[in-house]
Ligand binder design. Structure first.
Ligand code: 13P
Length: 253
C-alpha cells in the first residue's frame, strides 16, 4: 500500500475537438468503472473542458486545465482565469509544462504567480519541473530541478502544501518513447522530496505527491509507479487512447 494516494493525469495537449473528446471520455468511463484508490484527472484543451466535466460528473474522474493566467481578470486577450476554470468544474491545473517553458516564455516566476492564484481559487496546481538533455549530459540537472522547485513554490505556505502536486518530466523523455529508467526517475523524485523537506519540513513533505511524466505507457507504468517517491504519472501520448490510459490507471491501483 502506497503512503500517498496515486494520481494519474492525462495531458491531452493540443489534441481532440469536443466531439473527439466525447468519444474518448465515454470509452474511458467504460474501461474504468471502479477506480477507488487512485485519483484520475483528465486535462483536455480549454474548449473541451466543460463537456468533459459534464461527462465525468457522476464518476470519480476529475478534470484539469493545461494552463491559466495569474491575474483574476482583466485585459489579457486570449487568456483564461482560475475563476473561469472553476466555472467549468476544473479541480486541477497543470502549470509550467516544459512545452510552455520552451515555446511560450513560461518561467519559474510566472509559474509561481500562477500557483498562488490557483491555490487561492481552490485549484490544485500540478507544477512541472525537469531538465533538458543538454542539462542532464552536463550533470546540471540537480541544480536545475532544485531551482525550478524552490522558485516555483516560493511563498506557498506549509499548511497549503498538501494540496500541491509536482510532476518531474525530464524534457528528453517527453514524446520520445525514451522514458527515464525507474532508478533515474526515483533519484530525482527523492531529490525533490528532500527539497520539499527543506521548505516545508518532513511531515508536510511526505504529503506532497510527485508524478513522473515522459513516455509513460502501459508497459512501463507499473515499474515506475513502484518506486517509493513516484506517486503517479502525468501521461501525454498514451492518454489519448482509452484502453492504454486505463491500463496505466490500473497499474497505479
Ligand atoms: P508523453 O507521455 O507523450 O511523453 O508526454 C509527457 C508529457 O508531457 C505529459 O505532460
Amino acid at each position: 500500500m502506497k503512503l500517498r494516494r496515486p494520481v494519474i493525469a492525462g495531458n491531452w495537449k493540443m489534441h481532440k475537438t469536443v466531439h473527439e473528446a466525447e468519444g474518448l471520455v465515454k470509452d474511458l468511463i467504460l474501461e474504468l468503472p471502479d477506480v477507488s484508490n487512485t485519483d484520475v484527472v483528465l486535462c483536455p484543451p480549454f474548449t473541451a473542458l466543460y463537456r468533459v466535466a459534464e461527462l465525468v460528473s457522476k464518476t470519480s474522474i476529475r478534470v484539469g486545465a493545461q494552463d491559466m493566467h495569474w491575474e483574476k481578470e482583466g485585459a489579457y486577450t486570449g487568456e483564461i482565469s482560475a475563476t473561469m476554470l472553476r466555472g467549468v468544474y476544473c479541480r486541477y491545473v497543470i502549470l509550467g509544462h516544459s512545452e510552455r517553458r520552451q515555446y511560450f516564455g513560461e518561467t519559474n516566476q510566472t509559474v509561481n504567480r500562477k500557483a498562488k492564484t490557483a491555490m487561492a481559487a481552490n485549484l490544485r496546481p500540478i507544477v512541472c519541473v525537469g531538465e533538458t538533455l543538454e542539462q542532464r549530459e552536463k550533470q546540471d540537472f540537480k541544480a536545475i530541478v532544485r531551482s525550478q522547485v524552490i522558485e516555483s513554490l516560493d511563498g506557498i505556505p506549509a499548511d497549503q502544501s498538501g494540496e500541491l502536486i509536482l510532476a518531474y518530466e525530464p524534457v528528453w523523455a517527453i514524446g520520445t518513447g525514451r522514458n527515464a529508467t525507474p532508478a533515474q526517475a526515483q533519484e530525482v523524485h527523492a531529490l525533490i522530496r528532500s527539497i520539499l523537506v527543506e521548505i516545508y519540513g518532513v511531515k508536510q513533505a511526505k504529503k506532497v505527491r510527485i508524478q513522473y511524466g515522459g513516455s509513460v505507457k502501459p508497459a512501463n507504468a507499473a515499474e515506475l509507479l513502484s518506486q517509493p517517491d513516484i506517486d503517479g504519472a502525468l501521461v501525454g501520448g498514451a492518454s489519448l487512447e482509452a484502453r492504454g490510459f486505463a491500463a496505466i490507471v490500473r497499474a497505479a491501483s
